[in-house]
Design a protein around this ligand. Structure first.
Ligand code: PFF
Length: 452
């Protein structure tokens, strides 16, 4: 296979890189998944465990991925191959590219749902529900409608492709520079709206007051898995984004910013959802349908609900889009660096194939609902394979690779290239060698632990 021969793009500014990496991290994982699994796992205590997982697993692995990327200036396959040529470690890179490919196939479907809900919000379809059950029925009807689901899926993938085709600086960085700060502003507006509702305080208590009696072993493991998915770790997305960094960049502070930003968005999202849910007298344990079926009912009952619903679904679509961009970029970078394709060919070919593979996922709630692989429909199978197998294995092996194979000494040298002092080096070296691999192994084996 060829080594890269052509010029690769670079991030233009430090802020642009941090925005793009944050854009990858902040996605459906924060806005859609974090609130519903927090709701299902008892609230405050779960949030606390999640935060601990971010610090002991997320932080060290993210810094490891950025370091691998900047050291090699390559995609995940090229990075592992360059550092340990001719060894099986390159397999981590291939697993990552495959994970990016597969995750995007169903992520694009849910991304399509978010675009559909932007349109439905604009046309007043979402502010007319007397109760959450009606909103749930409406959502169920929508995701079973083949034509509509495929249309929005194609639209979402089309936008993702159009941005990635423009490349690192002109496309991804410019888009995230605008989209990420907009997201924060929108969330703060929604939070103020939610917190001033009657009965909001009860939601705040559920969310912030840790009741450890509600915590099971299984929910601890779920918190760790969520930390992982939410920070986009385990498949080389952060290796790829790190590979576009100029050598002078300070990796440790960039890591801290991205982790803090991702965590802030998730926490803010909880401050939007739980006060609203409790103010409406709803249950926080609604599950995956929380955002799509319960929130429209919440909006219906609010003053200015129409405006709020539009803001919310625009925000959800933005978050999904900036993550989808990073998923596609991992795949595209591999074909550009390792196979010598030009960007346009790589983006169009891979984008279209990923869209095609996503079609059965999109139809899993309608015409293909009865088509099962090992007892799961297609969407769940791909979700399960990636989130429960590929990401945890990739993350664990990345920590082992940096901690023991390439070695923390070499990594440390790379981190301190150009005279930045690595203040928390001792902490990082310890967690990346010992804590992170073990902790992630526990996540991987989570499914063998009985759920409470
Ligand atoms: N971090 C994204 C989210 O929270 O929705 C999902 C994701 C993006 C996972 C990119 C992995 C990845 F490489």
């Amino acid at each position: 296979m060829t080594e890269p021969t052509h010029k690769r793009g670079l991030w233009a500014t430090r802020m642009g890189f941090i925005m793009a990496a944050s854009g990858s991290a902040v996605g459906l994982g924060n806005v859609w998944k974090f609130p519903y699994i927090t709701g299902q796992n008892g609230g405050g205590a779960f949030v606390l465990v999640y935060l601990i997982c971010i610090a002991v697993v997320g932080l060290p692995i993210m810094l490891s991925e950025f370091t691998l990327g900047r050291k090699t200036n390559l995609n995940p396959v090229g990075a592992f191959r360059q550092l340990k040529p001719g060894t099986p470690w390159v397999g981590i890179g291939f697993t990552g590219v495959l994970a990016g490919f597969l995750i995007l196939s169903f992520y694009g479907v849910v991304g399509g749902w978010t675009l559909a809900y932007v349109y439905k919000a604009l046309t007043h379809s979402l502010d007319q529900f007397a109760n959450p059950a009606d909103a749930g029925k409406f959502f169920g009807g929508f995701i079973a409608n083949t034509g509509e689901v495929l249309f929005y899926h194609a639209l979402f993938m089309g936008v993702t492709i159009a941005i990635v085709i423009k490349g690192v600086h002109a496309g991804i960085e410019k888009a995230c520079d605008i989209l990420m700060p907009t997201l924060v502003v929108m969330l703060v507006i929604l939070m103020i709206r939610a917190l001033t509702l009657d009965g909001a305080m009860e939601g705040l208590k559920f969310y912030l007051y840790p009741d450890f009696s509600k915590l099971s072993g299984h929910s601890i493991l779920m918190a760790m898995g969520q930390a992982f998915f939410s920070l986009s770790l385990g498949m080389g997305a952060m290796i790829t984004y790190g590979s576009y960094l100029p050598a002078k960049e300070n990796l440790t502070s960039a890591t801290l910013y991205v982790v803090l930003f991702d965590t802030l968005i998730a926490l803010l999202m909880g401050l939007v959802i739980f006060p609203a849910v409790f103010a409406m007298g709803l249950k926080p344990t609604e599950g995956p349908g929380l955002v799509f079926s319960v929130l429209p009912a919440v909006f219906t009952g609010m003053p200015m609900g129409w405006v709020v619903s539009i803001i919310f679904f625009v925000l959800l679509a933005i978050a999904a889009l900036t993550s989808a961009i990073s998923l596609l970029e991992v795949v595209v970078a591999y074909f550009i660096d390792q196979r010598g394709w030009d960007r346009k060919k790589a983006v169009l070919t891979m984008g279209l194939i990923i869209f095609a593979i996503g079609i059965p996922s999109g139809l899993s709630f309608g015409v293909l609902a009865d088509f099962k692989l090992f007892g799961r429909h297609f969407f769940d199978s791909v979700d399960n394979l990636t989130a429960n197998y590929l990401l945890p294995i990739g993350g664990m092996l990345t920590a082992i690779f940096v901690g023991w194979v390439w070695g923390t000494k070499e990594a440390h040298k790379e981190i301190e290239r150009h005279e930045t002092t690595f203040h928390w080096a001792a902490y990082w070296e310890f967690v990346v060698r010992y804590i992170a691999p073990v902790a992630v192994a526990i996540v991987f084996f989570a499914k063998y632990f009985p759920a409470k």
